[in-house]
Design a protein around this ligand. Structure first.
Ligand code: FAD
Length: 468
């Protein structure tokens, strides 16, 4: 068996692994990156990027149906959707980005190996290549960036044709007539709303008492209202029991407070969470695991010297930008630099309609921590740019520590929340005060002005709303 020797080996080329390997290459560390199937990981292939491509198409389709008329734009007739063409367009973006990963690794002198890796000991891996041959890899430092996979629930096997995980849903050849989404978290809602916009009749079944559990109740109510308005039925505090074939499609059985209900459907999307790919690494190497994730410290070190873990498989939230940050920090650590993952906030974005984004503490989280709060709220209806975009649902909320007016967090629900939240993340990282945002001149007319106004509203100084 051939043996390859490196200073560092990174297992997994997702948004954790490939930036980590690139940074290691930049720092002059002799590095190998191993990937079994998807250069770019879940994110580029079957996650963030393809889902956002479809969501963008869904929004534009809806705009064409509803907003164009209001703006005086006349189409030749009602728009139609060519799902095959949409999938091809989505595929072209994925191809472009995943191809870029290999190019960047090469340009930074990182070697690449396609195959499934397994641990022999903390410094030795065996990699089975697609042709079945096995190579041994030895390295001083091993970074596990093996990501996560969708969770299956009893009675709903992803092997059965009507039952879909997010990967199958992203590859749909046609829009299902009736869709039941099990799990009202961000993935289920993003895909459910998208398919609803292009014609599917959607029911969302959620076990807890609200959609998007953990988010600001004011925000989740807004999303629930938007779902209702677009005809999406939401069933809360309901448990999916199973499904059976029916004459016309399938029937999904759910248990609600009122008893058992049967929902007619053509496809079932199960999005109840993701399971870290921590096994069999944890058992082979004796790594400490908590809630399924490999436990790491602020330098991404596991309980076994020389072995590091980053991204979804390691402690913390399962988001692509957290994985990338982990990867960059661990590269510095391996190169012998002093680096820590001491970020104050990992911003979170939900690409629903309206979009949701948070950085720092949400209002209910800050209150639960015992802070006395000042909260500034600015609604999109008072923002000129939002009006010109016909996107006036929602608000920006700035949460301050009343003791010193420091920004504890920002929550945005509405247009381009995903882009606007970076200013808030910077404010939280820099320990900004409300007036650091409020006195920064924001260009007009922009959506960003709402962030400035919300910061001022927290102090009773907003201009374009009546201060309370
Ligand atoms: P992954 O991206 O899971 O990559 C791990 C890689 O390791 C995989 O390519 C896998 O093949 C490889 N691997 C695993 N085991 C082995 C092995 N033994 N040998 C070799 N290779 C191996 N996050 C966001 O921040 N924003 C979003 O908008 C967003 N949208 C999403 C939408 C969907 C539908 C889904 C499913 C996820 C979304 N996420 C989003 C989550 C995001 O995709 C993940 O947080 C991110 O991909 C995690 O990165 P990672 O590098 O830790 O792991």
């Amino acid at each position: 068996m051939d043996t390859l020797t490196y200073d560092a080996v990174v297992v997994g080329a997702g948004p954790g692994g490939y930036p980590c390997a690139i940074r290691l290459g930049q720092l002059g560390v002799k590095t190998l990156c191993i990937e079994r199937e998807n250069w770019g990981g879940v994110c580029l292939n079957v996650g963030c990027i393809p889902s956002k491509a479809l969501i963008t198409a869904g929004r534009k389709y809806e705009e064409a149906r509803h907003n164009f008329d209001e703006m005086g734009i006349v189409l030749g007739g009602a728009p139609t959707l060519d799902m095959g063409k949409l999938q091809a367009w989505k595929g072209s973006i994925v191809k472009r980005l995943t191809g870029g990963v290999s190019t960047l690794l090469k340009a930074n002198k990182v070697d690449q190996l396609v195959g499934e890796a397994k641990a022999i000991d903390p410094h030795t891996l065996e990699v089975t290549k697609p042709d079945g041959t096995v190579v041994r890899v030895q390295a001083k430092h091993v970074v596990l960036a093996t990501g996560s996979r969708p969770i299956e629930i009893p009675g709903f096997s992803f092997k059965d044709e009507p039952v879909m995980d997010s990967t199958k849903a992203l590859a749909l050849a046609e829009v299902p007539r009736r869709l039941v989404v099990i799990g009202g978290g961000y993935i289920g809602l993003e895909l459910g709303q998208m398919l609803n916009k292009v014609g599917a009749e959607v029911t969302v079944v959620e076990a807890q008492d609200s959609l998007l559990p953990g988010f600001d109740p004011e925000v989740t109510k807004l999303v629930a209202r938007a779902c209702k308005k677009s005809g999406i039925r939401v069933v809360l505090q309901a448990k999916a029991l199973g499904w059976e074939q029916a004459e016309d499609g399938v029937v999904v059985r759910i248990q609600t407070a009122a008893g058992e209900e049967r929902l007619a459907a053509d496809k079932i999307l199960v999005t109840v969470g993701r399971r870290p790919n921590a096994e069999p690494w944890a058992s082979a190497l004796g790594l400490q695991v908590e809630r399924g994730q490999i436990v790491v410290d602020k330098q991404l070190r596991t309980s076994v010297p020389g072995v590091y873990a980053i991204g979804d498989v390691a402690s913390g939230v399962m988001l692509a930008h957290k994985a990338t940050h982990d990867g960059e920090v661990v590269a510095e650590v391996i190169a012998g630099h002093t680096a820590f993952n001491d970020a104050r906030t990992v911003p979170a974005v939900v690409f629903t309609d309206p979009e949701i984004a948070t950085a720092g503490l949400q209002e209910h989280e800050a209150a639960a921590k015992g802070y006395t709060l000042k909260v500034g709220r600015f609604p999109w209806v008072a923002n000129g740019r939002a009006l010109t975009q016909i996107e006036t649902d929602g608000f920006v909320k700035v949460i301050l520590d009343a003791a010193d007016d420091r920004v504890l967090g920002v929550t945005i629900a509405g247009p381009h929340a995903s882009d606007l939240i970076s200013e808030a993340a910077l404010a939280v990282e820099m320990d900004a005060e409300a007036l650091d945002i409020g006195l920064t001149i924001h260009p007009h007319p922009t959506l960003g002005e709402a962030v400035m106004e919300a910061a001022k509203a927290a102090l009773g100084e907003a201009i374009h709303i009546v201060n309370k």
